[in-house]
Design a protein around this ligand. Structure first.
Ligand code: F6P
Length: 413
């Protein structure tokens, strides 16, 4: 069997570790023995907190530079050893942004083919969010959140200073790690498992996504749309039932909208978890019904008969005056989903507590529904959707979490 080195490249907080573990999992499904050699993990293990200071990464700091080169050498040796024994693919997870470092790697790892994979992400919002996630690592424990963010940003700036794009490397792929896209590549000689690697890189890697709709609200009960109303007693009970249902599951990330009903529904769920990060994303806010916000469908029919008719005729393309339509929401919901997946990284599971129209848009992504049917997907409040989507596994199930069959929510339009 042919053996391979994959060396990652990219600035900090660009998804290298997530892509590495996606590659590992995907290649293991091909019955290959794969191991990740992560320079950051080795550094934390050997040097501890002292190496978390930004100055450690200053290219002018000889000691820091030497220490990092030494760690890189150590991991290369370990990777060589692994392939010399029964390993098939060794993944070197490190920044490797300078041409000099890559030259050393290229000159050292000559016993088997070497493929470079660069991770990029141009979404500043997401870079900021992943910096925030990084600063929760134990190595920043002695700093306040703002100090840790500032320190990590200085670290990134030092890396930016030495960043040079691929030019001399014979085989590389540049990936947009947010959108799972190959942006560019150059392959000058045969790379084992290359076709598998490409497929893994462009595949979604969703181990478990739980898509939940908020519980019943006052507005749901009154048949009003939009707004920011709170959960009713029944809604609170649904949230409690969700909390009980998910107690045995590990859900390290929950994404809500910025609306109260979404957060209230998430509360008993995250309270039942040992370690759970909750993040509100405005991308998951319910469709903005513009001039029709807070109204009942019957009222809209009387007050804005033309608007009502137009929506009835083509619900997907209809846009509420001063508001949104399914068609205009698509981009932000897609972005929210990408953000949630990116921020939850390698997590075993993530949950989104969304709204009727939002959850329809998210589901349409996995169900490949015809666009005109999307606004009619049934989104119950007593069931959730469980989705798995990896290169080799697709699972979609609708699960009831309450004992009795409840019909809640707004009367259908
Ligand atoms: O009725 C609840 C609700 O979430 C409203 O806030 C929203 O306007 C509506 O559902 C979206 O569903 P539809 O597109 O079917 O009107």
């Amino acid at each position: 069997m042919r053996k391979l080195y994959i060396a990652m490249m990219g600035l900090p907080a660009r998804g290298k570790t997530t892509v590495s573990s996606k590659l590992k999992e995907g290649l293991e499904q091909e019955d290959l023995n794969v191991r990740i050699f992560n320079n950051g993990a080795l550094r934390r293990q050997i040097l501890g907190e002292a190496s978390s200071r930004a100055e450690f990464y200053n290219p002018e700091n000889r000691d820091g530079l030497e220490a990092r080169e030494e760690l890189a050498r150590l991991n290369m040796e370990r990777a060589q050893q692994f392939l010399a024994e029964d390993g098939d693919v060794a993944i070197l997870d490190a920044t490797n942004v300078s041409a000099l470092r890559r030259e050393v790697v290229q000159k050292t790892l000559t016993d088997h083919p070497l493929l470079w994979v660069e991770c990029t992400n141009d979404d500043q919002d997401l870079v900021e969010a992943s910096i925030l996630r990084k600063t929760r690592l134990p190595e920043f424990a002695s700093l306040s959140e703002s100090e840790a963010v500032a320190s990590f940003k200085r670290r990134i700036a030092y890396y930016e200073h030495i960043y040079t794009p691929f030019s001399q490397e014979p085989c590389w792929i540049r990936v947009d790690s947010l959108r799972n896209r190959i942006i560019d590549e150059q392959i000058s000689h045969n790379i084992p498992y290359y076709v598998n690697i490409r497929d893994i890189l462009v595949s979604d890697w969703i181990r478990n996504l739980y898509l939940v709709r908020h519980g019943q609200t006052l507005y749901n009960m009154e048949g009003r749309i939009g707004g920011d109303s709170e959960l009713t007693q029944q809604g609170l009970e649904q949230a409690e039932a969700l909390g009980r249902h998910f107690r045995g599951f590990s859900i390290p990330y929950i994404f809500t909208s910025t609306r109260r009903r979404s957060h209230q529904t998430a509360t008993p769920i995250y309270q039942g978890q040992d370690h759970c990060t909750v993040k509100a994303l405005s991308e998951f806010d319910e469709i903005n019904a513009g001039i029709c916000e807070h109204m009942r469908y019957e009222e809209i029919k009387h007050k804005w008969p033309n608007e009502y008719r137009r929506r009835q005729k083509d619900k997907y393309h209809y846009i509420y005056p001063e508001g949104e339509g399914y068609i205009t929401m698509k981009e932000r919901v897609d972005k929210g989903l990408r953000k949630a997946l990116y921020l939850s990284g390698n997590a075993e599971a993530l949950m989104i507590v969304g709204h009727q129209a939002i959850n329809r848009m998210i589901l349409s992504y996995f169900l490949f529904r015809r666009t005109e049917d999307v606004p009619f997907i049934y989104i119950p409040q007593d069931q959730y959707f469980h989705i798995v989507s990896t290169q080799k596994k697709k699972l979609f199930e609708q699960v009831r979490f309450t004992g009795r069959r409840e019909r809640t929510g707004t009367k259908p339009d």
